[in-house]
Ligand binder design. Structure first.
Ligand code: KG4
Ligand code: ZN
Length: 384
């Protein structure tokens, strides 16, 4: 079977085609995974601007779909796919709020044949509401026009399940998943694929949001995670300036997080320092190193504690922050000490992409719904 995965929950427009051979021991074959990033658009604001992100998705979706189908060898021109008036009316009705998409999608649908796809999987939450709706309505229009079944996908679940592209699920559970991105920081007990319980989450900013906001304070650019990681990597471990930041909630007796205090501590430290010091390379790399280490310390402590408490066999990492190599290195060391397996995606699959939605689509293939009933839910929660 072939699954088309569509992702638009934040600032990446992602569409992938995944081929799955066999059912007992499925073999995954990635036919394409195209991501159009909006980093350049949001850079000057130091964060994602939802209305602009929505506009960019509308601009990009048809192009990304074309590229993805072409790469998968599924884009075939046709003269016989012209839509009748009723179909055109229905597609325009589905895209009534996505007027920028109506024309481009209609001409695409008239130009190309229905592709050899069995299922459409689309993120319907959690995420930025205006962005989610663009992807959901786009997917509904495709499902209607091509008469292909559709499945709604939880974005957080997809960040965890992308790990099962290369790893067999057998022997992995119970597992503790840590999903850390720009919008989410959650510790999830996974008893099996589809059986989840949120054990803890952030009470304010997400870990990636903390990277982004502190990088903005320091003038390091956007996205903040890679910028802070780079500055931290240039640091002299002797720590001449003695910068010490808090590890918020590290000793709290729960699995929750709080990162807004860390951001405030960085702001105060930055305000306190003289221009001469804070413009120096030494300050930048030392504070970046301390921000990164503070976030790593808290994430590792809470996740390992949850893994021990629930006798987990595996720790599963996912989400943009799990692209951080220092985080992965330290997590590997700690989980090895505890005799717990750890799995994480390769960096391009840690951040948002359509492939993770297609993989999650495979594991949710029994949850097909009528496209008419599909809705975006920005507060969608896993396991509820
Ligand atoms: O999963 P993702 O692409 O989007 C959301 O679902 O939010 O995650 C994006 C987040 C951003 O906050 C970005 O700064 C962070 O992931 N990020 C990183 C790294 N690469 C991306 N954080 C730390 N280290 C990295 N190498
Ligand atoms: Zn994400």
């Amino acid at each position: 079977m072939k699954i088309l995965g569509i992702e638009t929950s934040c600032d990446d427009t992602g569409i992938a085609v995944l081929k799955i051979k066999g059912s007992k021991n499925p073999v995954f074959d990635v036919l394409s995974n195209v991501v159009s990033s909006q980093t350049e658009v949001h850079k000057e604001y130091g964060g994602v601007y939802p209305i602009m992100a929505r506009r960019e998705h509308q601009k990009n979706l048809v192009q990304v779909l074309g590229k993805s189908l072409k790469k998968a060898g599924l884009l075939k021109s046709s003269e016989a796919t012209s839509k009748n008036d009723e179909q055109i009316r229905e597609i325009n009705k589905i895209l009534v709020r996505e007027t920028d998409l109506q024309e481009t999608l209609l001409s695409f649908l008239q130009k190309y044949e229905k592709p050899d796809i069995d299922l459409i999987a689309v993120t319907n939450g959690p995420g930025l509401d205006p962005c989610l709706w663009v992807g959901v309505n786009f997917a509904k229009a495709l499902s209607y026009s091509w008469n292909i079944p559709i499945i709604p996908i939880n974005h957080v679940e997809a960040h965890a399940l992308i790990n099962f592209l290369g790893v067999k699920a057998k022997g992995v559970f119970p597992a503790i998943a840590l999903v850390v991105s720009g919008g989410h920081t959650q510790i999830i007990l996974m008893e099996a694929i589809g059986k989840y319980k949120i054990l803890g989450e952030t009470r304010d900013d997400a870990a990636g949001e903390c990277f982004d906001k502190t990088a903005r304070i320091l003038g390091l650019g956007y996205p903040g995670g890679p910028a802070i990681a780079k500055a931290a990597g240039e640091c002299d471990p002797s720590k001449k300036l003695g910068i010490k930041l808090p590890r918020p909630m590290i000793n709290s007796k729960d699995y929750d997080f709080s990162f807004s205090g860390l951001k405030t501590a960085v702001l105060y430290d930055h305000l306190k320092k003289t221009a001469k010091i804070k413009n120096g390379k030494e300050y930048m790399c030392e504070i970046a190193n301390e921000i990164q280490q503070s976030i790593i310390d808290v994430l590792i402590k809470k996740t390992i504690t949850a893994a021990k408490d629930y006798k987990a066999k595996t720790i599963i990492l996912g989400g943009g922050v799990s692209a951080n190599s220092e985080l992965k290195k330290q997590f590997q060391k700690k989980s090895l000490e505890q005799n717990i397996n750890i799995i994480f995606p390769e960096p391009v699959l840690s951040t948002d992409n359509g492939l993770m939605i297609a993989v999650a689509g495979y594991y949710n293939k029994d949850k097909v719904i009528n496209w008419k009933n599909l809705k975006a839910d920005s507060n969608l929660r896993i396991g509820e």
